[in-house]
Design a protein around this ligand. Structure first.
Ligand code: SAM
Length: 221
């Protein structure tokens, strides 16, 4: 099935992806690789929210990024498609006594940010590579449309060509982009990529800052 080719196809695909992560949710936090940990640490460092900032973390999973940023922000909104992952994130927040984070259903294409809630910083770690190039461009447009001044993306991304002998992704279900494609997508919506950290040939962190006032997203309706 091609992903994103039609609304029904995309919907089924999102549901399948959600079910796959819900199955993994109980063990997800175990045995994370060095590259994942390095990437997550950089996303947290570069997100750098101010005390009065609202952070939107997309593909939040079990809340690794959202929960780490909550003590430094006014509020964190974590969005994901997998109820199993979201349940774990909520439990972790409760166990840690973190009250300024809210986890709920939201997709990259429609993160369901509460009406009237301004977003200052968008983060996403190891999640966007589940989308194809066109879907990623659309997701980056949605991120820009929140009005955020900064977007921090950690993910599987190709600095060199894909390496089938050492894949950081499952070609059957994942679809990482080149760094060039991602940089172009940010540029197209009025952001400048000010940092590109290469964690590995296939893993990196991009920090994109809005150019201009923040009121306009080129091409947005
Ligand atoms: C590998 S996990 C990463 C979780 C977390 N960001 C972290 O750093 O540990 C990827 C997450 O992306 C979510 N995801 C996949 N496709 C998505 C979509 N279209 N919209 C929102 N979340 C999605 C999955 O449900 C999963 O929880």
């Amino acid at each position: 099935m091609s992903r994103g080719s039609d609304v029904d196809g995309m919907k089924r695909s999102v549901e399948e992806m959600a079910a796959r992560f819900t199955e993994q949710a109980a063990d997800y936090d175990e045995e994370k690789g060095a590259e994942y940990r390095a990437c997550a640490a950089l996303v947290i460092e570069y997100a750098d929210p101010d005390r009065d900032d609202v952070v939107l973390d997309l593909g939040t999973g079990t809340g690794a990024i959202a929960l780490a940023l909550a003590p430094d922000a006014e509020r964190v909104i974590g969005r994901d498609i997998s109820e199993g992952m979201l349940d774990r994130a909520r439990r972790k927040a409760a166990d840690a006594g973190i009250e300024n984070v809210e986890f709920g259903y939201g997709e990259f294409r429609d993160p369901d940010v509460p009406t009237g809630r301004a977003v200052d910083v968008v983060t996403s770690n190891f999640a966007l590579h589940h989308l194809d190039d066109d879907e990623k461009r659309a997701a980056i447009r949605v991120m820009a449309g929140t009005g955020a001044r900064r977007i921090v993306l950690g993910d599987v991304m190709f600095f060199e060509g894909p390496d089938p002998d050492e894949p950081f992704y499952n070609p059957a279900v994942d679809d990482p982009s080149t760094v060039g494609t991602l940089v172009e997508a940010f540029t197209d919506v009025g952001f400048a990529v000010v940092v590109a950290e290469r964690v590995h040939d296939q893993v990196g962190v991009l920090v994109a800052e809005r150019i201009g006032s923040g009121d306009e997203v080129p091409g947005a309706e």
